[in-house]
Write a protein that binds this ligand. Sequence first.
Ligand code: MF3
Ligand code: CO
Length: 248
Amino acid sequence: MIELKTSEDIDGIRQASGILHEAMDAMEKALAPGITTREMDAIARRVIESRGATPAFLGYYDYPASLCISINEEVIHGIPGSRIIQEGDIVGLDCGVIYHGYFSDCAVTLPVGKVSREAEKLITVTKECLARAIEAAKAGNRVGDISKAVYTHARENGFDVVREYCGHGVGFNLHEDPQIYNYPHAGANPKLKAGMVVAIEPMINEGTWKVELLKDGWTVVTQDKKNSAHCEHTVALFEDRTEILTKW
Ligand code: MF3
Ligand code: CO
């Protein structure tokens, strides 16, 4: 069931998003060769808690951190630890905030120093996929229009699209209906309406779309070990416009 949000609810999600934005900003500033993924997690947690908010991922299905950090062939849900970030890595930062009961969710993939041209293109195209998806995310369209926007742009640029994971409604919980696939998907294709708040999150692979789960039970990697990129915004739909709440 899709739960619509009032403008007061959206104000709350916007506040959670502002704190998330600050955390993302602090992490972007700190991201450099030599920092560990655990230090990145600590930055996110410190900013979020300093604002009186709660990291949305910490403890979610027993997830052990505030940040998902996914490097190179890691697609999503990389767990922070002792790994040291290197020049040439592409680093996905995915974080969530709960503030006064409202949830926000956001991700970005950033290059560390000089990265390969193919990696740079992958990041650019993934961002463009998200931008096109947000353009398609307007009241009156359908969820499938978002899926199509992501898929078409990725394929036109020679990349492929992860199938096993998708975007989602967000706001009262981290994951709500509807599921927002990043490729054309048979089945329910609900109409987008004012009051919907959704997290749109293309996951785009340089090679095969196929992924596998590492033994840690969380980290998703590409099957061919080629790079993957991930971007995510929480957006709110109004009658006549769509607002990116996590813009940063
Ligand atoms: N960030 C993921 C999403 O976008 C959820 C993370 S799962 C968690 O939906 F367990 F790490 F929290
Ligand atoms: Co999400």
